[in-house]
Ligand binder design. Structure first.
Ligand SMILES: *Cc1c(COP(=O)(O)O)cnc(C)c1O
Length: 348
């Protein structure tokens, strides 16, 4: 179980990292009472990181508290990043930049091939514009290196004009500082569970860049909390996702000087809800979105949180989670993207 000395030691290590306050924390932890049949032996709880405050919320708020804390500590006045057209990261970065008075440049990559005007102009794209970000587009959606190189060129041009740019990375880097936001979330969640005397038997989290999954997992293990954690793949298949999570955990162990706290067996990823691919939802995912909205009054998106719920529901259905009575799901947000999927979602 949780070791309170280790928890305090972890919290004090986090306090030494550059950080800036952006969101509303702690986010609520609440029971989900209506989506499972009454006879179900499982209890579901939802950690509402969709309610993290800034610019319609989500998990990027915690991650940006560390990246932008670093940017400010380095004296930067301009931030840049590159992501999918409907990226929540880019929207949250745009909102955070507005709040902190930073100039924001965002490159949007075409990862989902579509001509749908809702996808191309509504949801997060609309919000980027409202938050005053400078937008660029990059035609290739699955060329991480190419997109990063193009972004570096934009940064160079800004530097020549006298700006001090800071690039917020999405591709793997030596120091995935954003993941510290979820190490910190592990401390927050542990305190909340203690407060309501909840002993989770499983935590379920979406696994994309892996910053959220690896941050939370490393945070739990650093406190001696051995709760199992399942990463629902939202971006790539399990066998490709697993090494990403391993890599981020190892980097966090170094950044926080923890020694080896995450064991290979701790890393559990499942891609049952990924198909037909990034940013596209199967019937099962649409059903999960429908269930959450109609039975709980809670919105989940087709890209991330809907897939996380669907992954959990499918595994429950397959009786693969019978040993895990109390399950905490992390709602990482993404709700603005709902408006980009108007056509698909209006008939669920
Ligand atoms: C980015 C994102 C994720 C994935 O988180 P990673 O830290 O990249 O793994 C999950 N949910 C939402 C809503 C997101 O925007």
């Amino acid at each position: 179980m949780l070791d309170l000395d280790k928890k305090a030691a972890l919290a004090s290590k986090l306090q030494k990292k550059p950080w800036v306050s952006l969101g509303h924390f702690p986010t609520p932890l609440e029971p989900l009472t209506r989506i499972l049949p009454e006879a179900s032996g499982n209890n579901l709880f939802l950690k509402r990181d969709d309610c993290s405050g800034l610019g319609l919320g989500g998990n990027k708020v915690r991650q940006l508290e560390y990246y932008l804390g670093d940017a400010l500590a380095m004296g930067c006045d301009t931030v840049l990043s590159t992501g999918a057209v409907q990226s929540n990261y880019m929207r949250t970065l745009a909102a955070a930049s507005a709040k902190l008075g930073l100039e924001c440049h965002v490159q949007l990559e075409s990862r989902v091939s579509t001509e749908d005007p809702d996808y191309l102009y509504s949801g997060n794209v609309l919000l980027n514009k409202m938050f005053g970000a400078n937008l660029y587009s990059y035609a290739e959606g699955e060329d991480e290196c190419g997109a990063d190189a193009e972004l570096a060129k934009i940064a160079e041009r800004l530097e020549q004009k006298g700006r001090k740019p800071y690039i917020v990375p999405l591709a793997p880097v030596d120091e995935p500082k954003g993941a510290l936001g979820y190490v910190s979330a592990a401390v927050e969640l542990a305190a909340q569970c203690q407060q309501i005397e909840l002993q989770p038997d499983l935590i379920v989290v979406p696994s994309g860049s892996s910053l959220t999954h690896a941050g939370l997992l490393t945070g739990c293990r650093a406190m001696g909390w051995q709760v199992p954690m399942l990463g629902a793949c939202v971006r790539r298949q399990a066998e490709l996702q697993r090494p990403r999570v391993v890599d981020t955990c190892e980097k966090l162990e170094v950044m926080l000087d923890l020694g080896k706290v995450v064991q290979p067996d701790d890393i559990w990823v499942n891609d049952i809800a990924l198909a037909p691919g990034y940013g596209r939802a199967s019937r099962a995912v649409l059903d999960a979105i429908s269930l959450m909205s109609k039975k709980e009054g809670i919105l989940v998106d087709p890209v991330y949180s809907g897939k996380t719920i669907s992954c959990t529901l499918q595994l429950l259905e397959n009786q693969a989670l019978d040993n895990f009575r109390n399950i905490v799901l992390i709602h990482t947000g993404g709700t603005p993207a709902i408006f980009a999927y108007r056509e698909q979602l209006s008939s669920i």
